[in-house]
Design a protein around this ligand. Sequence first.
Ligand code: SF4
Length: 407
Amino acid sequence: MGGVSFERRTTRQIHVGKVPVGGGAPITVQSMTITKTADVEGTLQQIYALAAAGCDIVRCTCNEAEAAEGLAQIVPRSPIPVIADIHHQYKMALAAMEAGVHGLRLNPGNIRRPEHIKAVASEAKDRGLPIRIGVNGGSLDPALYEKYGGLTAEAMVESAMHEIAFFEEVDFHDYKISVKASNVPLMVEAYRQLSEATAAPLHLGVTEAGPPPAGLLKATAGIATLLLEGIGDTIRYSLTADPVEEARAGRQLLEALGLRERKNVDLIACPSCGRAEVDVIDVANRAMKAFGDRKLPLQVAVMGCVVNGPGEAREADIGIAAGNKRGHLFVKGRNVAVVKEEDMVDALVEWAEFIHEHGTDAAIARADTTLAEREAAKDRGKLLDDKGADANHSLEKIVEIRRTVGE
Ligand code: SF4
């Protein structure tokens, strides 16, 4: 975060398996499998893919006896804690606990009988399991809907607080809460109010955000706004997409906000302009693909020209800038090598791996920086001669505009 930090609201800490949530613990990423939970191998395969993409806690639906039986086999083999998602049937919550899950999610909108809620909370208490009270704008208790004349932040918060009261009655305190809505400003307001009303850890999400890229934007707008206000202890992107995308997005958001340590490459790239010497979009996309999920916590830059690229991306651990059909590699702003244009992406990956293992100083030390700098200066000079300092001819245009307007 370059020294910038913001205060996080203090919440109570709970544990989902070995993963702490709230109370200053690192913010965690959650996702949900889309396989049938009864399909043990398929579900585990998806859980492993989610964990590799940065998911800390996974949720599986427990909607039938076969799903609970599946959970009994999934939980012991899962690399991350498993939460059972329960709707309507409180007995499925009891079955999921029997299966050994690490936590439950209950929807107060559709499990409403106090004796059922209390039976589940008592059992969870005996087993030391946490529960998420997952209020969802789309399935709010009709009575609250009526009381507030529609779906409002107040109605969602009241639904959560109403449920909490049953939990507290049986002395159960290991709960976290979510008040998700698909409307971003409504969701933000509901969480703000909720964070004033309780010290329980909060699970953030924009529900039914839809397919990317619009879904990603909606979810990010809601989740990031709250995180930057210090609200939120665990997050989920609800996208209509492969859940691996949800996990990746969650992880990337937390890394971008400086809330989680970087695990993967942070690829920065110039937007390209008239001065670009390569198709920056293509090179950046190919680089993104080549790095994939490699665990290289480095900043990597792809820059369109050697005139401005190395300077503008001087903070990057490794970068490449195009010039005169060649790629100029630079480490922390120092030119270190020149490669053919078609080898740009391979060279980036190779240098990134070296830096990951040995550090940037060793990378600069192994390079012939004098030669690399001379070659870069040569290409830079050539480009400036060709295109001039004003590649987009802005100054000429301005002169022309002034002349037209003045006429
Ligand atoms: S000046 Fe060079 S580095 Fe900057 S946007 Fe244009 S091509 Fe990219």
